[in-house]
Write a protein that binds this ligand. Structure first.
Ligand SMILES: Cc1ncc(COP(=O)(O)O)c(C=O)c1O
Length: 427
């Protein structure tokens, strides 16, 4: 790898360079990626030479522990880590100048690139710190009257459930949660469950695009179409889908969308994004003060106070990295990695997989359990005896260990997971 010092020499010149020819991605990874690209064949099983270049671009691939909880939060590639170091060094020379006056001018180019990635107008994108901030801003900011109903599910993310419950407690909205037994391989069953919960007072449907507990993909566009026919708005929690599934936000046909960028996009921890359909921006109250709370400028959601612009600017390098692989190829690979271990695990006596292996209904995540062993014990055994980091999930009707690979995950590490499951299941 190049010497880090050389990256800092031109730090001022590079401060807006994430999208230029001098981007850190170009300096650190581009030549290797180009070479790897020449090895690419359209048969997945034959492309390990290509993927080894991607693996090497992440320091996490050399961790002592096999990291298989990328659904919780993902590591960043080396170029993104170096970007943070570079921006921090630059800002430390005087944040009131370098951070507020120099790095801040990178926000609009970044907004444009995020909009390009999301397939929408850049006036619809606000940059913030995570999915919780994006979605809570919309949930709390949406004008709702006493008795107005919101439909969500018991399997949504707790930070969103709690926001609706607080509005119920404080303002008298009605929050209804339907429940699903995953896996489900029938979109209509899911759409109908939402449809059946609708009443004349329903104003909003909340959809978790990929259910974090077991990785079920919900048919967001189909639910949204049904809801819109009844004049109901739709908010999508895209925390697990953005940067993983190959889609553009308008494909979902929703009204509001929030995501973290520190999951599958591999930006730094503390990177998030909100999208609101242009004509709806003015009616959403900002969560944090703004001089024009009823204005139509999406930037009213970015009055977040003093925070790290370094983390924000490094999102640019994460986008470069992501785009160098391409959304479709990334989705296909990560699904392949999931299937690779889960199909083998299914052959082990006493092992159950809690997630569909059909790419329409899931991608990166699969839940696994072993009869007679609690999720907490299985997670502990995997970590202590095999140095494999996963996460135990016990939530509502779901009980399993969640396994989530990422593009940098090695097949040999998934083989170790399968061997560990075999040994544990054999007692
Ligand atoms: C479905 C879902 N929504 C929202 C979030 C919240 O993300 P963050 O903690 O980055 O705000 C998560 C986090 O895991 C999630 O899984």
């Amino acid at each position: 790898m190049h010497s880090r010092r050389s990256f800092f020499k031109n730090s001022a010149a590079l401060s807006l360079g994430a999208f230029g020819t001098s981007s850190l991605f170009n300096q650190i990874h581009a030549a290797d990626f180009q070479k790897a690209q020449s090895y690419w064949k359209n048969d997945q099983t034959d492309n390990e030479a290509y993927w080894s270049v991607i693996q090497d671009a992440y320091s996490a691939s050399k961790s002592d522990i096999i990291i298989l909880n990328n659904g919780g939060v993902s590591p960043s590639p080396i170029s993104v880590q170096v970007a943070l170091e570079k921006y921090n060094i630059e800002a430390a020379q005087g944040p009131s100048y370098y951070m507020w006056r120099v790095q801040d001018t990178g926000r609009e180019p970044l907004r444009a690139r995020l909009a390009n990635l999301a397939g929408c107008d850049f006036e619809e994108i606000a940059i913030n710190r995570n999915a919780t901030e994006a979605l809570n801003t919309i949930i709390y900011g949406l004008p709702l009257q006493v008795g107005d109903e919101v439909i969500g599910t018991l399997q949504d993310y707790p930070n969103m459930i709690q926001a609706y419950k607080q509005r119920q407690l404080r303002e008298g909205i009605v929050y209804k949660q339907i429940s699903f037994e995953f896996p489900i391989e029938d979109d209509e069953q899911i759409v109908n469950a939402f449809r059946n919960a609708i009443t004349p007072r329903t104003k909003l449907i909340h959809i978790t695009h990929i259910v974090n507990w077991v990785g079920q993909i919900l048919p967001a566009a189909k639910i949204a179409k049904m809801a819109h026919e009844k004049g109901i708005e739709v908010i999508v929690d895209g925390a697990h889908s953005f940067g993983l599934l190959d889609y553009k936000i308008p494909d979902l046909d929703c009204d509001y969308f929030g995501t973290s960028l520190h999951k599958f996009l591999s930006a730094l921890v503390g990177s998030g994004m909100m999208w609101i359909k242009k004509e709806k921006i003015s009616k959403i109250w900002p969560l944090i003060c703004n001089s024009e709370p009823n204005g139509a400028n999406i930037r009213k959601f970015e009055s977040l106070g003093t925070r790290s612009f370094c983390i924000e600017q490094a999102i640019g390098e994460a986008i470069n990295f992501h785009e160098s692989i391409g959304s479709a190829r990334k989705q296909e690979r990560i699904h392949f990695l999931k299937k690779y271990w889960a199909e083998k695990a299914l052959q082990i006596p006493r092992v159950k997989i809690h997630t569909s292996l059909n790419p329409t209904f899931s991608c990166a995540i699969a839940g696994v359990s072993i009869e007679g062993i609690t999720p907490a014990d299985l997670e502990q055994k995997l970590l202590k005896d095999y140095k494999i980091h996963t996460v135990a999930i016990v939530w509502e009707n779901i009980s399993c260990v969640r396994v989530t690979p990422h593009v940098y995950t090695k097949l040999e590490d998934l083989d170790k997971l399968v061997d560990a499951l075999k040994a544990i299941a054999a007692g």
